[in-house]
Design a protein around this ligand. Structure first.
Ligand code: SF4
Length: 311
């Protein structure tokens, strides 16, 4: 069926279900970029003259964010640097990293790579195989997430970045809220938002310019702008609660296109009422921000090192 753009009558490339409109390539692209820029301005994500570290994984969302940040860097008044964390996931990360390197080069952005191997002394594959011998007390995504956040923050600090921008979209945030709710993780619900404050001198504030934009729109924009990513999936995704929640939320959204927006609205209404945890102090081991005496990254690292040493 040849559906027409609700604004100009040309061939539509996407249906924006929650707004009840169809848009052609041109109108969708300008709508998407406008929403990206509006989010950065309305939520005061950046300050003019500051350096922004953009976290890239080599997936379409983060590459799209890097593209838009580099395209609008002058208008936003920022300098953009890309940061990639190589966890050491064989058959997956190398391919995604190659895509990130190629696009960063094409768009003239410096790319800094931090690897688990160099920074921690082991890869995620090695950590997971050790954890499996010890009853898998921590799931791969938990380990990956703790160390990735830690290394991204450290890289942003070393680069002198004023902000760390990530490509989390509306779907990611709705899934994260549901996961945190199911795990009764209230401080995370309270803390996670489109922008964070500097609550510790060594914690670079995070911003999420796609926070209110559905994944489908990010992927459509990427497709229309020739942004591609190798079609490989992380082998550890099957261990994650996010995986079934994502499928379920997408099924519900088929019948109710506004449901993800309402999940985020609920989260944003609840967050100010909840205890954020903290205050942050400095980790006794590494000096980085921590809610306890020793940060989660140092605790996990010591635990994994002990298992690896006992083999
Ligand atoms: Fe890391 Fe889990 Fe994502 Fe794989 S699926 S990259 S282990 S967070």
């Amino acid at each position: 069926m040849n559906v027409k753009c609700s604004l100009c009558g040309r061939r539509a490339v996407i249906r924006i279900g929650y707004a009840g409109v169809h848009l052609c390539e041109e109108h969708f692209s300008s709508y998407f970029e406008r929403r990206f820029l509006e989010a950065t301005r309305l939520l005061r994500m950046f300050e003019r003259g500051e350096r922004v570290a953009v976290a890239v994984s080599g997936g379409k969302d983060s590459l799209t964010l890097l593209y838009l940040m580099s395209k609008h860097a002058d208008a936003l008044g920022v300098e953009v640097v890309a940061v990639l964390v190589d966890e050491g996931i064989r058959g997956y990360r190398e391919e995604k990293a190659r895509a990130a390197e190629a696009y960063a080069k094409r768009w003239g952005v410096e790319l800094v790579v931090k690897s688990f191997r160099e920074e921690l002394g082991f890869t995620l594959d090695e950590a997971v195989s050790a954890l499996m011998e010890d009853g898998l007390r921590y799931k791969p995504c938990t380990v990956c997430g703790v160390f990735r956040r830690y290394l991204l923050n450290r890289a942003a600090l070393e680069l002198g970045a004023g902000k760390l921008a990530t490509a989390h979209n509306l779907d990611d945030e709705a899934q994260a809220f549901l996961m945190n709710a199911l795990q009764a993780n209230l401080p995370s619900i309270a803390r996670e938002g489109p922008r964070s404050e500097r609550v510790h001198e060594k914690l670079v504030p995070r911003v999420k310019p796609f926070y209110f934009i559905p994944e489908k729109e990010v992927l459509t924009y990427a497709l229309l702008h020739g942004i591609e990513s190798p079609p490989v999936e992380c082998p550890y995704i099957v261990y994650s609660l996010r995986h079934p929640l994502r499928r379920w939320l997408n099924e519900v959204a088929e019948r109710d296109p506004s449901v993800k927006h309402r999940v985020i609205a609920l989260k944003n209404a609840l967050a100010p009422l909840l205890d954020r945890g903290g205050p942050f102090r400095s980790c006794r081991v590494c000096g980085m921000p921590s809610s306890g005496e020793v940060c989660k990254a140092c605790q996990l690292r010591q635990y994994i090192e002990r298992i690896l040493a006992s083999r």
